[in-house]
Design a protein. Sequence first.
Length: 372
Amino acid sequence: MKPTLKPANPNFSSGPCSKRPGYNINALKIDTLGRSHRSALGKAALGRACTDTAELLGLPEGYRVGVVPASDTGAVEMALWSLLGPKPVDIFAWESFGEGWVGDITNQLKLNDIQTYRADYGQLPDLSQANPNHDTVFTWNGTTSGVKLVNADWISDQRSGLTICDATSAVFAMEMPWHKLDVITFSWQKVLGGEGAHGMLILSPRAVERLESYTPAWPMPKIFRMTKKGKLNEGIFRGETINTPSMLCVADYLDALDWIRSIGGVRASIARSKANLAVVEEFVSTNDWIEFLAQDPATRSNTSVCLTLSLKPDQVKALAKLLEAEGVAYDIGAYRDAPAGLRIWCGATVEQSDLQALMLWLAWGYSQTKQS
């Protein structure tokens, strides 16, 4: 039977992701609009974006948080171009974005001493290959594969190299072992449902030490420069951004942080995401025509949940279009480079009740597509 109850919010995109429950753009504090981001008012708002992020995440003493250009991609590129070079590099890739960092390090930076460890979609590479004397680059959560790291036990506490972690679809949704991570990047438009174009860059004291002791051999674009006269540009981590940010997007981000605080902080945010995954897990366990792309249950992402179906690729696309036409699920097709399937965002801004409604429609849509 065709379901009658539709999700109240059909936005299940994996980026930009759904706005928080109860979001109202008219409730944003917009006194910064039309003002310079260099004004006391503008710098205070940007500074709060840094300090509130550090406070809510519970970052260790000495970790810096900065707002940088070009979303998570910009934050990762700043780290790669500014920090890599003095040590061999180990890269772990198991989906599209991790593979992108392989390409940039190999083809753009053209570093010589690189070891790449890959795994197919649905699996993790052999993390035991990480050399503590090398710099290490990896994603925490494979946004396009639905495969996340289980822990950071494979990262040595006695490492001499830096760990550079693209955590855009993990921060605020997964437990992060900060002391194991020297560079962490994320964007507002993932777990917090914020706007695009701005990235967050978190640096450990070890990463700062590298910045102040190493100068790359290649030219550095202005938007990548984090030092002045050999010292860290601390202003970046106090809200004095390298270039002009959107103050409307900043207001939107601060609203998202306030929401995280109102629901009980990052632990509550993580719990909401895990509860959302549980809805999908229960559905998959009772239907033999749908499976998680992640082969090990322990590695299942609780944000970008990737699924395979016993349908032909064109039928999977037809199913996604059918659910969109019915107004029950937007933007849930698999990423273009990933195996044919569905990708349903289960981050904290998604309501559990909406996922429960979607599962009924997914079953109906499957039966309709299978018969066509």
